[in-house]
Design a protein around this ligand. Structure first.
Ligand SMILES: Cc1cc2nc3c(=O)[nH]c(=O)nc-3n(C[C@H](O)[C@H](O)[C@H](O)COP(=O)(O)OP(=O)(O)OC[C@H]3O[C@@H](n4cnc5c(N)ncnc54)[C@H](O)[C@@H]3O)c2cc1C
Length: 589
């Protein structure tokens, strides 16, 4: 019998009671919900595992269109591939070289002048290259290494100007003194020590230090005008610094490469497959983004110069060495002043100190630039959070690079670098007012309406398996090759384009060791006369090489005293630099 569920209210009226769920029925609902959640979690876990353990390399069964392999395939039309192609064309003009670029032109990603800071990194001003050691002394090794490497770049570019492969130097390299600027007693003491440690080295001879606000104002008026006179400040000034347009270098070298019929450039072509044949050649599958067709080309050697996307392609190759790497992207943004009123008053690059936890590429700097034939001032970079590996990439890039082999190292690095994670999260929330607040620390009279926010290139920081620590976050660049030297990839970001000629020499050494040491050696010496020798301990060699490159590139030159020996004694006051300088303030001194 169905129970009578009619209830009486206080007023005596009767009504149907609200339906209720009995406790055993409620239990059934809860159980059913839990079951659904359980199944969903299980499906997600299986999907996640299937995703993580998906095959790393692409099957690439497509047959190559060519039976005889071409000599070299280069993936990506940035400064790295183009520099490598230039070496190869000079060393082996008869080699068949194919370059594939997914964009409609070369130098559209990080190598484009607007997508990087254009600093000719020489270790002159970047304080993150010279940390203070626990005993209070300054570690100068990294700065010296980068300075050495930039001297290789100067020689390479000077040679290419002489060869007619690069244009009139002012189109791609301009004298722009490099300054470091700090405030506060502790930072001032550090900067003084840094200058004392570096200036005894021939490569850093000429670096000046001052705490005099009037002198700093002569070097960098924008930095001092409107600053609180009570603030304690200090600066170093290196007259031999440069501003470089890596986009112009990339485009000019490409134009020169095209003059040789053995060089083949395919724009709007994206490399989507890489697989190795039994004879160690590579089948490279390329998608024509306009014609919507695929082709596969067989090559003896492949260089992955795909910038931020290099990690993905390295993983696609399936070589065991690829398993040691993961990466995470960090984009960059600058505040750009294009008004002549600002740019005409700023002729230097002023580097400051990084905030705690900030990655090295986020060290703030106020840069004089020459872009598209005009003077521009840039401030930044601000970090931009994105999962893309290229500025023109896809938001799925980061997820697609996560595999069972690198998920643990990535997580570990994230946990160990909470400072960095916090920094990036905080950068993501910045407003224009916050950016203006950062800017006025370096340019006190900057007006909000004078700048626009521009998005620069994307960098992918390397996470590398480490035998001791499991996984480490790395800020440098890394060349990864297979054991036979049939494929090489360039990972990482800094110091980047500035040192591209030196980095590509290393690729030649790793991939073609016999030729590099043998038949190619005299030709390489003609391009880089100082090859195999260190300038930093030899003032005479420094003078010889710098004089030559300064003349060829129309850059200022300072004669280093021949008795200057690193660490021996403080350097004498430098003579004024000669050459195409530059900074009107410096000339007025
Ligand atoms: C914000 C910022 C500031 C920087 N500042 C400086 C600086 O001051 N000084 C300095 O020396 N360096 C600087 N760098 C670093 C410098 O820009 C890079 O080191 C350099 O440009 C890297 O050159 P690349 O040839 O490796 O890469 P890119 O120039 O990025 O070129 C890679 C190319 O590969 C293409 N590509 C990718 N995937 C594929 C594919 N599957 N198929 C075909 N093509 C593909 C891309 O479209 C791109 O054109 C900066 C970088 C950033 C992001």
């Amino acid at each position: 019998m169905t129970p009578d569920r009619t209830e009486k209210t206080r007023s005596g009226k009767t009504h149907e009671p609200k339906p209720f769920i009995r406790s055993d029925a409620r239990g059934v609902v809860v159980k059913r919900t839990l079951k659904i959640i359980g199944i969903a979690v299980l499906v997600l876990a299986i999907a996640g595992l299937a995703f993580l353990f998906r095959p790393v390399s692409w099957g690439g069964s497509s047959e190559a269109e060519n039976e005889k392999p071409v000599d070299v395939v280069l993936i990506g039309g940035g400064i790295m591939s183009v520099t490598l192609a230039t070496y190869l064309q000079e060393l082996e003009p008869s080699w068949n070289v194919h370059l594939f670029e997914r964009m409609d032109n070369v130098a559209e990603e990080s190598s484009n002048g607007w997508n990087n800071a254009g600093t000719g990194h020489s270790g002159f001003a970047e304080l993150n290259y010279t940390p203070q050691k626990p005993d209070g002394s300054i570690a100068t090794e990294k700065a010296v290494d980068i300075a050495e490497s930039f001297e290789v770049s100067r020689q390479f570019w000077a040679h290419e100007v002489a060869q007619g492969r690069l244009p009139e130097p002012s189109q791609f390299i301009n004298p722009t003194p490099h300054m470091s600027f700090v405030w506060g007693d502790e930072n001032i003491a550090y900067l003084r020590k840094r200058q004392e440690a570096l200036v005894r080295n021939p490569l850093f001879y000429g670096m000046q230090f001052t705490q005099d606000p009037a002198q700093i104002a002569r070097w960098a008026p924008l930095v001092m005008q409107g600053r609180d006179p009570a603030q304690k400040v200090a600066a170093t000034y290196m007259p031999l610094g440069t501003d470089v347009n890596f986009g112009v270098i990339t485009r000019s070298l490409t134009a020169a490469l095209k003059r040789n019929p053995n060089f083949h450039l395919s724009l709007s072509h994206e490399v989507r497959g890489l697989s190795q044949n039994a004879d160690k050649t590579w089948n490279v599958t390329v998608h024509d983004l306009k014609g919507k067709t695929d082709r596969t080309i067989k090559s003896r050697f492949v260089f992955i110069g795909a910038g931020g996307a290099a990690l993905k392609l390295l993983q696609l190759s399936g070589i065991p060495e690829a398993k040691n790497y993961a990466g995470f992207p960090v984009g960059g943004q600058f505040l750009a002043f294009e008004t002549p009123a600002v740019a005409e008053r700023h002729h230097v690059k002023v580097y400051g100190m990084a905030e705690t936890g900030a990655p090295p590429m986020s060290v703030p700097h106020l840069d004089a630039r020459k872009l598209d034939g005009k003077s521009v001032t840039l401030f930044g970079p601000f970090a931009l959070q994105s999962t893309k590996f290229l500025k023109n990439g896809s938001w799925t890039d980061l997820f697609n690079s996560v595999y069972d082999t690198n998920v643990v190292p990535m997580t570990k690095v994230g946990i160990e670098n909470l400072d960095l994670v916090k920094y990036l999260a905080q950068q993501a929330t910045l407003t224009d007012a916050d950016r203006q607040a950062e800017l006025v620390k370096y340019f006190p009279q900057a007006k909000r309406g004078d700048w626009k926010l521009i998005t620069a290139g994307q960098r992918v920081q390397i996470i590398k398996r480490d035998p001791k620590n499991g996984a480490v976050l790395q800020f440098g660049t890394e060349i990864v090759t297979d054991k036979d030297g049939t494929i090489a990839a360039l990972l990482g970001a800094s110091p980047g384009a500035s040192t591209s000629p030196g980095i590509m020499l290393k690729v030649l050494d790793k991939a073609f060791p016999q030729q590099a040491d043998g038949v190619w050696a005299p030709k390489i010496r003609a391009m880089i006369p100082s090859i195999g020798r260190k300038l930093n301990a030899q003032p005479r060699l420094t003078n010889q090489v710098r004089r030559m490159t300064s003349e060829a590139l129309h850059l200022p030159y300072l004669d280093v005293p021949e008795d200057l020996v690193p660490g021996a004694r403080p350097a004498k006051a430098p003579a004024r630099p000669s050459g195409r300088n530059l900074n009107t303030e410096e000339q007025a001194l």
